[in-house]
Write a protein that binds this ligand. Structure first.
Ligand SMILES: Nc1ncnc2c1ncn2[C@@H]1O[C@H](COP(=O)(O)OP(=O)(O)OP(=O)(O)O)[C@@H](O)[C@H]1O
Ligand SMILES: [Mg+2]
Length: 499
């Protein structure tokens, strides 16, 4: 084995999060690490890399017992980590990011920019990535940023690369590029630990899988010997109460709530029409860059439209700012929880009720009983795993932070909820729960616009789907027409034309 973690225990202020957890990885192997939100995956990784200390257990890496005290130490020993939230310097160039804090030097001790750029180009070329290494990282999308993080690891002679949910912000094309990268690493004998909630991916790239549940390692298997149903059963410790897909019958004529026609703004949204009725879940599909998020931003007033019309409950609207849309009952759950979302130091309770504080106040005093009632309700409804509502949100696992954000908007009782990748980073069990909850709210009259890269999710939850390609709405699929094949055909629309 390249890595062997044995009987790892860890508690945070008296709360056990890992109990005798184990993880073994062979050289050149791609090991999947899976489990529900809060199962302990990221904690296991942080203990390995020295970000957290362990309470008990042994770690052997390359046949030597190790006890890394910092991530710098584990890096020096050959372990590269791509975290759940990428931590690179966005305003520095690609080359600088790859060599940050270990820039090649000239004999005079100055940074050897020429060598740095050449080396950066060389390593990216190995992964078939053609990017201008002088441009700042922020000019590039999530996929490239991730690849840069990987390149950074590889140039440190990593023997083990850890990827904590690398694909959650990637579209299918980008996932394919990432998988190629992992295969290149594998060919060089570099092992990978791959954490993901998208189970289908595991079969495409992983050799073995380690399954965690409630802080314990409950199963290890070769991928080819375990079915998806068994994976899920082991993760959840029970059968998945599957989200029963809506029976797509006929289109039901409903009262429209939002009607957008021929919207355009800049280059990303050229001509988009869509409508969302009361009580329905409208899907918005498309590849990355198709203009989905940009369209949503036009609807709720974050960006101004150049052309087209937006009618809300029958009246022409032109929101100058999101606050105006919120006043009309709009809610928006962003795809990027780090930027728009959480206040790390605040508690789960505070984060959840941030937006409704004005409503909870009676003559300047917060009605704490009402606040508690709301918080308890959503913690239960979404299955938020936390020690108590008073726990700082930064201590929650990634998926559980996401649930708190969703709850923040739900407790405002919006009329329209726009959700951008609502189940990103959320485990299969909780995903079904969230879709069920949205369905229930829709049945009570809520309108939902759901942006999703996961076709399965659209098929299961949406009443109809608008497909965008290159800034145009290229297809509207009604009830009974939403199939994987039709979605894919529509999404590839532009490419087909080009071909
Ligand atoms: N610094 C911390 N302080 C207190 N509790 C923590 C801390 N870090 C993690 N935890 C707790 O440890 C448990 C495991 O969290 P971890 O982040 O390892 O889960 P995960 O398996 O990575 O989940 P996800 O799929 O949501 O990313 C959670 O209950 C979490 O709240
Ligand atoms: Mg995690």
């Amino acid at each position: 084995m390249l890595l062997s973690m044995k009987a790892i225990d860890k508690s945070f202020s008296g709360v056990r999060v890992l109990t005798a957890a184990t993880l073994d990885v062979a050289p050149g192997e791609v090991m999947a690490l899976i489990g529900q939100n809060g199962a302990g995956k990221s904690t296991m990784i942080k203990i390995l890399t020295g970000a957290y200390s362990r309470d008990a257990g042994d770690i052997v890496f390359e046949d030597k017992p190790v006890d890394f005290r910092s991530t710098a130490e584990s890096q020096a020993a050959g372990i590269a980590t791509i975290y759940q939230e990428i931590n690179l310097a966005p305003n520095r160039s690609v080359a600088e990011n790859i060599f940050l804090a270990r820039e090649p030097r000239t004999r005079l001790g100055l940074v050897d920019r020429r060598k740095m750029r050449a080396d950066a180009r060389a390593v990216l070329k190995r992964f078939n990535l053609d990017v201008d290494v002088d441009r700042p990282l922020e000019d590039f999308g999530a996929a490239t940023r991730q690849m840069v993080a990987i390149a950074r690891g590889v140039t440190q002679n990593a023997r083990l690369v850890i990827m904590d949910e690398p694909t959650s912000s990637l579209d299918e094309r980008e996932v394919a590029v990432l998988f190629e990268t992992i295969r290149t690493l594998k060919a060089d004998g570099v092992a990978t630990i791959f954490i993901s909630h998208r189970l289908d991916e595991l079969y495409a790239i992983c050799d073995r899988v380690t399954i965690m549940r409630d802080g314990r390692t409950v199963a290890v298997s070769t991928m080819k010997d375990i079915s998806k149903i068994e994976l899920v059963r082991s993760m959840l410790g029970k059968e998945l109460t599957a989200f029963t897909a809506r029976v797509h019958g006929e289109d039901i004529a409903r009262e429209p709530f939002v009607d957008a026609t021929q919207l355009g703004a800049g280059l990303r949204v050229r001509d988009v029409s869509l409508s969302i009725a009361r009580g329905e879940i409208a899907g918005l599909a498309g590849l990355l860059g198709a203009g989905r998020t940009e369209t949503a931003r036009l609807l709720y007033g974050a960006d101004r439209k150049d052309k087209g019309s937006i009618r809300v409950a029958g009246a022409e609207k032109s929101y100058a700012a999101p606050a105006d849309a919120i006043r009309d009952g709009f809610g928006f759950v962003s795809e990027d929880r780090k930027v728009e979302g959480i206040v790390p130091e605040m508690s789960v309770r505070e984060n959840m009720t941030l937006a409704i504080l004005p409503r909870l106040q009676k003559s300047g005093v917060v009605d704490t009983a009402e606040q508690q009632r709301i918080v308890d309700r959503y913690i239960k409804a979404l299955g938020v795993k936390c020690a108590s509502p008073e726990q700082p949100i930064r201590e929650l696992s990634g998926g559980n932070q996401q649930k708190v954000l969703l709850a923040r908007w739900l407790c405002m009782n919006p009329k329209l909820l726009i959700v951008d990748e609502p189940t990103r980073g959320i485990d299969v069990g909780a995903k079904a729960e969230i879709l069920k909850l949205l369905r229930g709210l829709a049945d009570d009259g809520l309108s939902v616009l759901m942006i999703s890269s996961e076709l399965e999710e659209l098929i299961a939850a949406a009443d109809h789907v608008t497909v965008l390609s290159d800034g145009y709405s290229v297809a509207h699929l009604g009830a009974g027409e939403i199939t994987e094949e039709r979605l894919m055909t529509a999404m590839a629309h532009q490419d087909e034309e080009a071909a």
